[in-house]
Write a protein that binds this ligand. Structure first.
Ligand code: AMP
Length: 331
């Protein structure tokens, strides 16, 4: 049986990128594998949330996960900060992570560009914390979107370095996982290549968005004047709308608009209206479940407690063994 780990930062609700990139894959695996799914609240501290926002966002993400079909009876669902062993492993891994390799990470360079006033050490060491998240359960597979490919490559480097350094074969090399052949990246509605809440709230379609919000966001989604010649390659923003349609609409709908595009007869207003209705149909079950679960604090508390106990059990075992391998011994 394979060990699978996946997580999300609690910086708001789940969007279609999170769902198609990571969660959907995880849902398909949760009954056949030993699965851990966590809410990465330590990670979210790099953006300095207020205590109220931090707590509220953890709850929202937990509700979103469960509404989307995560089964806490099958998978271990937990909150990262409930498992302090992860912080210990992070500390240990940092001793063998080099500043040079951390500085070269694309997402770190991007953060420096975007938030020059808050380039904290947590951002630099994001890949070591992510590695700790994964190897704390000695995972084999990590369902992630394409954006996490480089981080996972670093996790493999840390794992190999540890095994080599201590001459052990302790941590397995984890691989990124997607049921299709390629890792997925859902684009934004603003013409950007990645749907991302930290980049632009309005570029995201959330699982819990109201029907009006979905229609409004799609109406505003970036398009252009339309093609002037048949069978032209699609500009990025147009490709984005088609890619979202590919994820949520039927093949017939997708082909219909694709043909219209190729014949220069496309009207983006019509396409976006159709896409809005398809997103609404797709998200309807989530929306209802989210409302139901949000009101059930007792159930959420129980899920988090049971998840924390199970995750701590697995994490304590790893940290104990790692301590022994490194040479920490009691007298
Ligand atoms: P984050 O929201 O950055 O905490 O990411 C949580 C998970 O969602 C990670 O596995 C990401 O790879 C995945 N993810 C986030 N945004 C996208 C996107 N636009 N397309 C595909 N996967 C994504």
């Amino acid at each position: 049986m394979e060990i699978v780990v996946s997580g999300i930062r609690p910086t708001g609700d789940l969007h279609l990128g999170n769902y198609f990139g990571a969660l959907r894959n995880f849902l398909k695996m949760q009954h056949e594998n030993n699965c851990y799914f966590f809410i990465a609240d330590y990670h979210s501290l790099t953006t300095h949330p207020t205590p109220e926002d931090l707590h509220g966002n953890v709850k929202r993400v937990l509700v979103n996960y469960l509404a989307a079909g995560l089964d806490p009876e099958a998978a271990c669902v937990y909150i990262q900060s409930d498992v302090p062993q992860i912080a210990e492993l992070y500390l240990l891994l940092n001793m063998n992570a080099y500043v040079g390799e951390l500085e070269r990470v694309a997402s770190f360079k991007e953060k420096i560009r975007r938030q020059p006033d808050n380039v904290n050490a947590g951002l630099l060491t994001y890949p070591t914390l992510m590695a700790a998240d994964i190897i704390i359960h000695r995972a084999h597979k990590v369902p992630v979107g394409k954006d996490q490919e480089q981080h996972l490559e670093m996790t493999r480097n840390f794992v190999n370095r540890f095994n080599r350094m201590y001459k052990v074969d302790y941590f397995p090399e984890p691989t990124a996982y997607n049921f299709g052949e390629e890792l997925i990246k859902i684009p934004g509605l603003d013409g950007s290549t990645k749907m991302s809440k930290s980049d632009n709230e309005n570029s995201c379609l959330y699982l819990g968005d109201s029907q009006e919000a979905i229609r409004k966001k799609l109406k505003r989604a970036v398009t252009d004047q339309g093609p002037t010649e048949p069978n032209q390659p699609k500009p990025q923003a147009i490709e984005n709308i088609f890619n979202i349609m590919k994820a949520v609409s039927s093949v017939d709908t997708y082909n219909h608009f694709s043909d219209l595009y190729n014949n220069c007869q496309i009207r983006y207003g019509d396409m976006k209206a159709q896409l809005a209705e398809d997103v609404i149909i797709f998200t309807n079950p989530f929306r209802e479940k989210i409302a139901e679960l949000t009101a059930d604090t007792e159930y959420l508390r129980k899920v988090a407690r049971i998840g924390a106990e199970k995750a701590r059990e697995s994490a304590s075992k790893t940290v104990k063994e790692v301590r022994e391998i490194i040479g920490f011994k009691s007298f």
